[in-house]
Design a protein around this ligand. Sequence first.
Ligand code: SF4
Length: 466
Amino acid sequence: MESNTYIAPAPQKIPKVAFASLGCPKALTDSELILTQLRAEGYETSKTFAGADLVIVNTCGFIDDAVKESLDTIGEALAENGKVIVTGCLGAKGSDGNADAGSLVREMHPSVLAVTGPHATQEVMDAVHTHVPKPHDPFVDLVPAYGIKLTPKHYAYLKISEGCNHRCSFCIIPSMRGDLVSRPIGDVLNEARALFESGVKELLVISQDTSAYGVDVKYRTGFWDGKPVKTRMFDLVAKLGELAKAHGAWVRLHYVYPYPHVDEVLPLMAEGLILPYLDVPLQHAHPDVLKRMKRPANGEKNMERIARWRETCPDIVIRSTFIAGFPGETEAEFQYLLDFMQEARIDRAGCFAYSPVDGATANALEGALPDEVREERRARFMAIAEQVSVEKLRSRIGATMQVLVDSAPALGRKGGVGRSYADAPEIDGTVRLLPPQKASKTLKVGEFTKAKIVAAEGHDLIAMPV
Ligand code: SF4
């Protein structure tokens, strides 16, 4: 698998600035400084006012003729372009009866965007940035428009919020990262679009609590592409699904707590807009243990909810993690968890033996269990989880699945490795691809192939590309 790959940004339109330089040699050197800065930041220059995104007029205010010439040039630039920034000596002048710098220009041409005096490169640049944002230049800027990605270029993580409003007793994340802060929906969708445009084929939505997206801003209405969109999990996921569809890509949801409103997302999975895959960290099943853990959605009837999800979207794959041997966990409570696992048949289940974290409130709970008990319970849980996983994987033999190729040396002539919708990168199994039988069939990293499942081995499937 490729890793730590830098993704080249999608091509973008380079903004152009036209420049009129009037006056003496001192004004000329000011013009040169501004032009140098514009070029250093990646702006291009335009020979005509009409062909530019913005015009800068460096003026002279020394004698009446120079003032007239400067005002006329500003008028011309406004007529031909409309977006004009004025700098130079005339920009420092007040009008008759108004000593304020810039008032002369503003009275004659009220629609200019900004007026500065001479030697004001930084102020001019600030005004340029406000009206024609700086282009991204990968040779100058350290960070591409969508940030640095350490994932292979065909998949990427999209963080939608930071922090968490819950206070699970075994966790110290909120004390380190604070309460939930949702990113503005417009920013999240812009980042998603930039990622898809750069060739990302799988977007993994992450946060500490994806279901809570927008709670902190009371689901405020944001804007994207000039249209209102609510800062809410369903609205975000629906838009991501539309974007993904347009780019032939996948969207996968992680860290979703089983609140009732998550049910609304299931039809989007059934329609194929987002992957029928939910990563739901349940941690336990017994209501008393969940209460001691102070888990979000601990009052929800998870078994019924999962059954309903499967009714709406029979293909859904559920991944979850659990903790065995939490302080005070009785054998009966643990058995309840095993029964839940048997019945819920969580497709991808992981289990940790409880281990105290410095600073977590669970450390003060009574009934800490000896290490051997925690470990033994973890092993009993995993035996069931593995049995479920094996049965689920075997049931796929004979099916043809869409597989995203993660690795394919020599164009896949010796086979490769990929993942189906049921496998998140790094945490789930893979689909091991056999060398294609047809000589014309190739496999390429970051592209999809259909593959017929021929066997299951451990957590992986083995498949023949077709
Ligand atoms: S474990 Fe609980 S407190 Fe910690 S981040 Fe997750 S939901 Fe928040």
